[in-house]
Every structure is written in C-alpha cells, then in structure tokens.
Design a protein. Structure first.
Length: 95
C-alpha cells in the first residue's frame, strides 16, 4: 500500500522529470539508430510510461486536494487500488 501527501509533491515532481528524461534518452537513441520510433509495445517503454502516468495522476490528485493523503496513483477511492503486473508475459521462458 502506498500513501503520501502534498508534503512530498516537489519530490514527486522531480521524480516525474527524471522519469521523463529516462524515457527520452533511450527513445532518442533508438530513433537515431533505427530511423524509427521505439515500438509502443516495447516492454521497457511500456513500464516507464506506466510509472510516468502514475506520477502524473498522483501529482494531479495532490494538487486537487491539498492536505489530503493520497492512496495509490491518486486513487479517489477510500480503499487501496489493486494493480496487476504480468511478470511472465515478456520473459523468454514459458511456465
């Protein structure tokens, strides 16, 4: 379970900027090397964009309700937000 409040907003903004830069460097290098954008289904890119999107949601929720603790990725619900991460789909071995 993840809970935070607006006292961490600047840290989350910094982390968002770092995550966006982390996405941009390899995406630009891929474009330069292959002459086309990195595929949208690239597992690394998908995960980094999910992290970025969660930070954007959390930041927006914190700005919309300053002083209120935020749970999950800015979830407006009273309980925890359940997420599922498929760790077997992109591995080279079959179960």
């Amino acid at each position: 379970m993840f809970v935070t409040d607006s006292s961490r907003l600047e840290t989350l903004r910094r982390q968002l900027g770092e995550t966006e830069a982390l996405i941009e460097r390899p995406a630009s290098a891929f474009q330069a090397r292959h002459g086309r954008p990195m595929p949208a289904d690239n597992v690394w890119l998908v995960q980094r964009k999910a992290e970025r999107d969660a930070l954007v949601k959390l930041s927006a929720s914190m700005q919309g309700s300053p002083g209120r603790p935020c749970q999950g990725a800015g979830s407006p619900t009273a309980g925890p937000t359940t997420i599922t991460i498929d760790t077997t789909r992109h591995r080279g071995t079959q179960p």
